[in-house]
Design a protein around this ligand. Structure first.
Ligand SMILES: Nc1ncnc2c1ncn2[C@@H]1O[C@H](COP(=O)(O)OP(=O)(O)OP(=O)(O)O)[C@@H](O)[C@H]1O
Ligand SMILES: [Mg+2]
Length: 234
């Protein structure tokens, strides 16, 4: 599944995802071709239903295309086996969702440690890394709390720490500020920008909000599953 071309960290050609719903078909994205360079901060825009989450799910290896080609960090995703996709999701991408997706029975520290433990790293190595991230995200006094005992901003910062524990090259965020007030939303976007600038991680954020616009190195606009060249009015 390794492709030897390092010119762009993400390359899609004719990427299409069609959902079959009984006899009818719904287009998620259609014929999307794009190249994203390493270290970019891409803001993905488009109306509700335009295909943003569909594209992010493909980039995240959570879903596979109906047609087309997708190569991310030299991993050819359209032909990947389920085992390869599991490894890819654990090691190459960090994924952040609007609804945080924390495990409710685990503490902040345990949620952050989990992806590294699942990847086989020993707890003695994982814990100090998790504590560093928790400190950086200003969650030190919350490390023993469970998600239900946190504010929305604290839950999203925990999710960011969790997404970083395996040191991914790419961070994918689907509406990361959608459940936050504007102050916490701004903090989350600034953290993503810091990760982009300081460690040259590639960041792709799908959002309806304009909070990320000042940090973007490029915008991608989707309309009815297609990339449009015109400016997004959302
Ligand atoms: N699992 C699915 N099964 C069937 N159709 C789906 C599925 N997921 C998405 N779709 C459809 O694909 C299209 C794109 O949806 P998607 O969730 O990617 O849009 P979006 O741009 O993320 O929207 P929003 O801004 O509301 O999050 C929509 O028409 C949607 O109804
Ligand atoms: Mg969406």
């Amino acid at each position: 599944m390794l492709i030897n071309d390092d010119s762009a960290i993400i390359r899609a050609e004719g990427l299409t995802r069609v959902y079959s719903m009984g006899a009818t078909e719904v287009t998620g994205i259609r014929d999307v071709s794009l190249r994203i360079g390493r270290g970019e901060f891409v803001v993905l825009k488009g109306n509700s239903g335009s295909g943003k989450s569909t594209l992010l799910a493909l980039l995240a290896g959570l879903d596979q295309p109906t047609r087309g080609r997708l190569v991310v960090a030299q991993h050819d995703l359209q032909d990947a086996s389920q085992a390869e996709l599991v490894r890819y999701r654990r090691e190459i991408v960090g994924i952040i969702f609007q609804s945080f997706n924390l495990l409710p029975t685990l503490t902040v520290l345990e949620n952050v440690c989990l992806p590294a433990l699942l990847a086989g790293d020993p707890l003695v190595q994982v814990k100090p890394r998790a504590r560093q991230l928790i400190d950086w995200l200003n969650l030190k006094s919350r490390d023993n709390h469970r998600p239900a005992q946190l504010s929305g901003g604290e839950m999203q910062r925990t999710a960011i720490a969790r997404s970083l524990i395996n040191d991914p090259e790419i961070i994918l965020a689907d509406e990361p500020t959608g459940n936050l007030d504007s102050l916490n939303g701004q903090t989350v976007i600034e953290l993503l920008s810091e990760l982009n600038r300081n460690s040259r991680r590639t960041v792709i954020v799908a959002t309806h909000s304009s909070l990320a616009d000042p940090y973007a190195t490029s915008h991608i606009c989707l309309k009815d599953g297609l990339i449009t060249e015109s400016l997004c009015e959302v």
